[in-house]
Design a protein. Sequence first.
Length: 92
Amino acid sequence: MPKATELSQLAAAADDAVQQISCRVQYAKWLDALANSIHCALEGGKACVESRIERAMLLASLAQFLAHDLTQDLQRDASDLQAAVDSAQAKE
């Protein structure tokens, strides 16, 4: 395979990595917002304790879902990127 094609494949893999990282930054922002909301829900306020605890538990469940989804996406993306790099290196 010509070098230009190999470079093009690696550039595409790098572009994918940048896009994936940008998406993961958004996930981190969501998780940060959830953690802050959980803290605020438990901190106090006008609502009764039971209501605050219920809200915190719901928010924690959402945080768990996002973290699990993020972990699976990162594992898949890492495997895909490694396969692209391995493929390009094998063709050298």
